[in-house]
Design a protein around this ligand. Structure first.
Ligand code: ADP
Ligand code: MG
Length: 395
């Protein structure tokens, strides 16, 4: 069975309880939420200015709180997966005196958002964070925390409301305070997500085109391997550097501007070492696949979409080398089941989740086959394409 997803109402009411427990009996006055996401195809393309095709999920992070007097912010997270202490007091950032990253690690995401918030000065406040997005599983709990927190700050002191700048500020927060040189996909889809749609995002222009996912007979199933290898963050930064190296050898501003012909040209082949060549080959191929996949989804050509998913997985495994045995096993187990169109690892890799496209009647058999074949303990979510970040009314 797929894991039940707690309703937004339930999360808000949990957050209100925790607020009262921490800050006396007064109820919080403002609230905001932002979703996690799953990427259907277009992996490791965002920081190469290519295309991605994610959807926002019904798994969300909720922030509730109130303004307070004084120059301090106190923030509590309910997440038991976050490092301790789970309650932090922060001085408010003032110009020239940003908040420096430190411990606990989870608070760096919040500090980063406060530092990059686009309207200052912030008033003092107290806030509680509650989330249904599993932490560190590739469903972007980090972006959902940043974007939910930013949306919360917008209720405290409004900025100009520009959504793209908001996503960029949250991405900056992750770069400068969490030390993760991520692309723009996670924050952008968490801000812009649309119910019933995936978004084809051009990570160069930041334009996004909604792709309807309204076929009732179809399901996108997320399988969480529940493993995360410690390699993930160092290898991510290394892949970014390898892509920059490849683009510079090909004399292109980014791999978005390169074609397979550029890559295969004699002069390029002479200068590219085998590893850099394979990294570039994945990115250039994946950008093409993502555009084709969005087209096939629009036409309802699910076989074609599924085939592209598997090609994407194989490329991430063999050329980009960011998969691992757990993810490969999950994909194989899903592909054995009749009614499954395609399956691939999703997110940065080295653990985390796979995403599988299948006919809805095949869901129980697929889950069962994965449980039988996979040596770990997977959890499953039906991916419901959902709305992006928003303020919530507290009654
Ligand atoms: P992912 O974004 O795929 O879930 P990351 O490694 O990018 O994985 O981000 C996970 C980190 O983000 C956590 O280890 C924690 O520091 C922080 N985080 C995310 N959500 C929360 C939350 N609700 N409360 C506290 N910290 C969180
Ligand atoms: Mg993340």
């Amino acid at each position: 069975m797929a894991s039940p997803v707690p309703s937004l109402g339930q999360l808000v009411s949990d957050a209100i309880c925790l607020f009262k427990k921490n800050f006396g009996d007064e109820a919080p006055k403002i609230a905001a939420c932002a979703p996690g996401r799953v990427n259907l195809i277009g992996e490791h393309t965002d920081y190469n200015q290519g295309y991605v095709l994610p959807m926002a999920l019904s798994l969300v992070t909720v922030v509730v709180g109130s303004a307070s007097s004084g120059q301090e912010a106190t923030i509590v997270t309910a997440s038991e997966e976050a490092d301790e202490p789970r309650k932090v007091d922060l001085t408010l950032p003032v110009e020239g005196f940003p908040l420096s990253p430190g411990l606990p690690h989870w608070a760096n995401y919040v500090k980063g958002v406060m530092d990059h918030y686009r309207a200052c000065p912030l008033p003092g406040f107290r806030a509680v964070v509650v989330s249904s997005v599993p932490l560190g599983s590739g469903l972007s709990s980090s972006a959902s925390l940043e974007v939910a927190f930013y949306t919360f700050l917008q209720q405290l002191r409004p900025d100009d409301g520009d959504n793209l700048s908001k996503a960029i500020a949250c991405q900056q927060a992750e770069h400068t305070h969490a030390g993760v040189p991520c692309g723009i996909m996670d924050q952008l889809v968490s801000v812009l997500g649309m119910e019933g749609h995936a978004l084809l995002i051009d990570c160069r222009s930041l334009e996004s085109i909604p792709v309807p996912l309204t076929d009732a007979g179809l399901v996108f199933l997320i399988t969480n391997s529940n493993v995360k290898h410690s390699l993930a963050s160092s290898e991510y930064a290394l892949r970014r550097a390898q892509c920059e190296k490849a683009a510079s050898i090909l004399r292109k501003p980014s791999l978005r501007d390169a074609t397979m012909n550029d890559l295969e040209a004699q002069e390029s082949r002479a200068q590219l070492d085998d590893v850099t060549y394979r990294r570039a080959c994945h990115v250039i191929g994946e950008i093409c696949r993502t555009l084709k996949a969005a087209e096939s989804l629009k036409r309802g050509a699910y076989q074609e979409f599924g085939k592209l998913m598997v090609e994407s997985h194989n490329s991430l495994r063999d050329l980009y080398e960011v998969s691992c045995k757990d993810l490969d096993d999950l994909v194989c187990a899903a592909m054995e089941v009749e009614g499954v169109f395609g399956s691939r690892m999703t997110g940065g890799g080295f653990g985390g989740c796979t995403i599988t496209l299948l006919k809805d009647h095949a869901i129980d058999r697929t889950i069962q086959n994965i449980q039988e074949r996979y040596s770990g303990t997977p959890t499953f979510y039906v991916a419901t394409p959902s709305e992006g970040a928003r303020a919530l009314k507290l009654s």
